[in-house]
Design a protein around this ligand. Structure first.
Ligand SMILES: O=C(O)[C@H](O)[C@@H](O)[C@H](O)[C@H](O)COP(=O)(O)O
Length: 239
């Protein structure tokens, strides 16, 4: 487990541009070394800003997005055309624009009979590709310290024999979701937390201050080689 590194940027726009640029830089380096990088993306508002910056900056980056494997850290278990689908937003924000072709969406209600079956199917797909050999996992953080769809006090926090699980009764709507587990997330070489706004400041301080993972799930994730908290000033204001 790597020691967390903290980067504080003036505002969400600077944060989004920095993260997008760093991601493209890492992907280009990996491809130059003959590696097909695997990343996991997240939902949420700062992620959306970052994704739009990736689309803007990618043409100059030299990254071949047909040689990047894209996974999702979590997804809402809703209809495929629902505006709640993270994959729908992520495709619109950058995946379609950059020409990504190796994108593994989590099942929707059209793909699986229930959320647990959907999680089982996604875990099987992950295992076909190495079982979560993520180079970079990007995670937004909720005001309650949740990451992906791992919420405080939920039983999924204690699941250590599966890499993806179903969630029902999510405190953040919609209620049904599929999420990677700590087991999967902590396999990543690099974990990047993407956090903007004063509403997250307490959760950021708690996560970095050694909070229990059952109270602040963000405290339960670290990369094997790198853990970086990309913050804006507001999100860093309680540090
Ligand atoms: O599907 C989801 O809802 C997201 O994956 C979720 O984990 C998100 O990343 C955080 O809730 C932060 O979201 P914001 O950046 O919008 O606060």
């Amino acid at each position: 487990m790597s020691t967390p590194r903290i980067e504080v940027h003036d505002d969400s726009a600077a944060l989004a541009t920095t993260v997008a640029g760093e991601l493209l830089h890492r992907l280009a380096d990996a491809q130059a070394a003959g590696h097909v990088p695997q990343i996991a993306v997240t939902g949420g508002t700062i992620a959306e800003d970052i994704h739009e910056e990736i689309a803007r900056l990618s043409p100059e980056s030299g990254v071949d997005w047909t040689k990047v494997v894209v996974w999702f850290g979590d997804e809402r278990f809703v209809a495929p055309d629902s505006p709640d689908r993270n994959s729908r937003h992520t495709r619109a924000a950058f995946l379609d624009a950059v020409g990504a072709t190796q994108v593994h969406e989590m099942p929707s209600t059209a793909d699986a009979e229930d959320v647990d079956a959907g999680a089982t199917a996604y875990a099987a797909t992950l295992r076909e590709h190495g079982g979560g050999e993520f180079d970079i996992v990007m995670l937004g953080v909720g005001p309650d310290g949740h990451i992906a769809s791992l919420f405080p006090g939920f039983p999924q926090l204690d699941v250590d024999d599966a890499i993806a699980v179903g969630v029902t009764g999510s405190p953040k709507p919609p209620p049904e979701r599929i999420t990677l587990t700590f087991s999967a997330l902590n396999r990543a070489r690099s974990v990047w937390f993407l956090v903007s706004g004063s509403g997250k400041a307490a959760a950021v301080a708690a996560a970095l201050g050694g909070a229990d993972v059952h109270e602040i799930p963000a405290a339960g994730v670290a990369g094997r080689e790198e853990t970086t908290w990309f913050l804006d000033r507001e999100a860093a204001s309680a540090l």
